[in-house]
Design a protein around this ligand. Sequence first.
Ligand code: SF4
Ligand code: SF4
Length: 156
Amino acid sequence: MEKSDIIVVSRDRGEKGNYVKPFIKGLQYTLGNFFKKPITVQYPDQKTCRSERWRGLHKLNVDEKGELKCVACGLCAAVCPSQAITIVAREEIGGTRHPETFEINELRCIFCGFCQEACPKGAISLTKVYEYVDYSREDFVFDISKLRTTGEKWNC
Ligand code: SF4
Ligand code: SF4
């Protein structure tokens, strides 16, 4: 390497004692905010509300008799870009249809909301629930019973 290629990098440390001013400025800022109302919350005991457009975990809705509104038409599964929904339909004697099984793999889901938009019965909706941690991948496959109760204890 020629002498002209050497780049000398030096750090200007400034005058001795230059840290006092920034230290006092920082201290002023800290003290100024110390007595203000905190903008943070004590999560998970306290939760902030999500925006109206927030899309969280799914919920299967029921009618006034407590029956699932879903008629197992399969539109939600057909429109789902992630193929996260699996439905097995059951046809009753009168011709009415119900889901025998209805599963959503929440790990595959991209929370686009297409299933909710496609449903002709208002049977599926996306809640504001964003807490979904568990120990195994299988636990993220929500069945009918889990989908019925999603968001029950959620206040926001
Ligand atoms: S939100 Fe989108 S990706 Fe998730 S299940 Fe519904 S359609 Fe599929
Ligand atoms: S949730 Fe709605 S779109 Fe999906 S199968 Fe049931 S009725 Fe059809």
